[in-house]
Design a protein around this ligand. Structure first.
Ligand code: 5GP
Length: 202
């Protein structure tokens, strides 16, 4: 049987730097495909449809839910976010590794379906630093920012379900750490039983 790809999940509160880390990890790691989520939220400056998200209207998103097109979806921050099913499943089946950047409830649901998924939680080393970064980013109104901080506190309660904690105080170090996690996971014996078997035969 050909081996299936590895599903990597990056989560972490708003402002943790997940998006930046994901982008840099994608540049550095070959053989990894980023799964572009669908969302009803409006694009931020510089965000490109189909690259950062598939931007959908509420009606389009609802239709996708009805057609069972998502592995998981959540209503969060007054918007919907969902992981499209078709691409992820076919990539994994082809043996290609896939990276999801999703929040903690979605991650939990994905893990139920893909127990071997590797879950990485990204965070700065303190809550004060997270607050500072969200303020500095300045992409949200004060109301939305406060909502995101409130939700962040809940997300930290899910940290215990993650396989790895990646502290993002220094961006380059954090990117290197996440790349190391990916490489180590690829080298795990249980993911390379074909090679073990090959050498058992000699
Ligand atoms: P943002 O609006 O800042 O791009 O994303 C808000 C949150 O939604 C982030 O924590 C992000 O990881 C998460 N998110 C993005 N896409 C998905 C998805 O497809 N499913 C789930 N569950 N969360 C997502």
């Amino acid at each position: 049987m050909s081996k299936s790809g590895i599903l990597f999940i990056i989560s972490g509160p708003s402002g943790a730097g997940k998006g930046t880390i994901r982008g840099k990890v994608m540049e550095k790691e070959i053989g990894l495909t980023f799964s572009v989520s669908a969302t009803t939220r409006a694009p931020r400056p510089g965000e490109i449809d189909g690259l950062h998200y598939h931007f959908k209207t509420k009606e389009e998103f609802t239709k996708m839910i009805e057609n069972n097109e998502f592995i998981e979806y959540v209503a969060k921050f007054q918007n919907y976010y969902g992981t499209p099913k078709a691409q992820v499943e076919s990539l994994l089946k082809e043996g290609k590794d896939v990276l999801l950047e999703i929040e903690t409830i979605g991650a939990r649901n994905v893990r139920k379906m893909f127990p071997d998924a590797v879950m990485i939680f990204v965070t700065p080393s303190s809550f004060e630093e997270l607050e500072r970064r969200l303020l500095y980013r300045g992409t949200e109104s004060e109301k939305v920012r406060n909502l995101r901080l409130k939700i962040a506190k809940k997300e930290y309660k899910s940290m215990k379900r993650y396989d790895y904690i990646a502290i993002n105080d220094d961006l380059d170090q954090c990117v290197n750490l996440v790349c190391s996690i990916i490489r180590a996971e690829r080298a795990k014996r249980f993911r390379n039983l074909d090679i073990v078997e090959h050498f058992n035969q000699i």
